[in-house]
Design a protein around this ligand. Structure first.
Ligand SMILES: [Ca+2]
Length: 375
């Protein structure tokens, strides 16, 4: 009897160990057009990891969509969830999303989170910030809440970056209300330019216009889940989810309209037409578009990694549906060619670390942090 119980216990333990080690990183070297690499798993067992930030002391902060923040030591050890993380609306695509250090983190210790948040009328995207201290995240405050809140749990965005002037840019999805992307009275389907305290940055293009929200920087986006600053030009690039086909790469210009839903290369999931227009006067055409199938882009970074000299200046984009790292070669400041590097997992975020290596987050209930080592 005891022996049978023990055997059962041992069996269930073995099954648990097997499940825990069932992350699906490529086992061997990955050969691509211009470079070869191997994947090392830095940390695993993360539930839908979403955003990654590198601390000056060599550790990382990683967010998990259900609402957890963890520290990751250089050897990959995961801390327990940090106390003081933002309360999030964790349903559907909603939850805890991007993480960004204050520009002067060494002095302020401040960390910014964008996340879905619930309130009267439904959910919307918010930014909360707090100080990373010994006890976790201290003094958390919500410094921005997008309006209007809506029902549903899709298309929250959100990524954050700093521009060269010290303003905070935030990308926001359309919350499945496509018309709001063209409505300057809604934050949804926009990118915003904010002060570090979450207020409208001075000099925004629609400030002072009747009925327009003063935080808006660009409009006509669908669900931009990749936003990154080009390290040489300082310009901000966004990669946006299309519907069925029509994912886009766009370079942000103050006040520009990127077309959604009046101009798109995509169609509805049921095959019907959204608009006959791929391009319209007064709207900016994408610099790259994925048709007829979407890769479902999330997370992007320009590769100026010394470890991958053959990729210098290329835009690396994470593909969720595509389960690939997608590399766009650039020429004359725009993408000119594409390589899809299948990796077998949904890729949620792409970062170049301070060590010059490329880091990826895989999107699954047992997601991981991967690091690419050149061969
Ligand atoms: Ca567009």
């Amino acid at each position: 009897m005891v022996r049978r119980l023990l055997r059962r216990l041992l069996l269930s333990l073995l099954v648990t160990v097997a499940a825990a080690s069932a992350w699906a990183q490529p086992a061997g070297p990955v050969q691509t057009e211009r470079a070869a690499f191997r994947v090392s798993v830095i940390a695993s067992g993360l539930e839908h990891p979403w955003g990654l930030a590198f601390l000056p002391d060599g550790r990382m902060l990683v967010t998990e969509r259900p609402g957890r923040v963890r520290l990751v030591s250089p050897d990959g050890a995961l801390s327990p969830p940090l106390p003081g993380a933002p309360p999030v609306f964790a349903r559907g695509q909603g939850g805890l999303h991007d993480v960004l250090l204050h520009r002067d983190f060494a002095r302020t210790g401040l960390v910014y989170f964008c996340h879905a948040a619930e309130g009267a009328g439904g959910a919307s995207t918010a930014i909360s910030r707090g100080r990373l201290g010994e006890a976790g995240i201290e003094g958390l405050e919500t410094i921005f809440t997008a309006t209007p809140r809506t029902g549903g749990a899709l298309h929250f965005g959100c990524r954050m970056v700093w521009d060269g002037e010290g303003f905070l840019h935030l990308s926001l999805g359309d919350r499945m209300r496509p018309d709001q992307s063209q409505d300057l009275g809604s934050h949804n389907g926009k990118t915003l330019r904010l002060t570090e305290d979450g207020r409208p940055a001075p000099g925004n293009p629609f400030a002072g216009r009747e009925g327009a929200l003063p935080e808006i920087w660009t409009l006509g986006h669908r669900n931009p889940q990749a936003m990154t600053v080009h390290p040489e030009t300082g310009r901000i690039w966004v990669v946006d989810h299309g519907p069925r086909g029509g994912d886009e790469v766009n370079l942000l210009e103050a006040g520009a309209n990127y077309g959604w839903p009046r101009a798109t290369h995509g169609i509805n999931y049921d095959g019907s037409t959204i608009t006959p227009h791929r391009s319209l006067p007064g709207m900016v055409d994408p610099l790259w578009v994925w048709v007829p199938l979407s890769i479902a882009p999330s997370g992007a970074a320009f590769s100026f990694s010394a470890a991958f000299p053959a990729w210098r200046g290329d835009l690396l984009v994470g593909g969720l549906r595509e389960r690939a790292l997608v590399r766009l070669s650039m020429d004359g400041g725009r993408p000119v060619a594409e390589e899809r590097i299948p990796l077998g997992e949904r890729i949620r975020d792409v970062r170049v670390g301070p060590d010059g290596l490329i880091y990826l987050l895989t999107d699954s209930p047992r997601g991981a942090i991967w690091r690419l080592h050149p061969l």
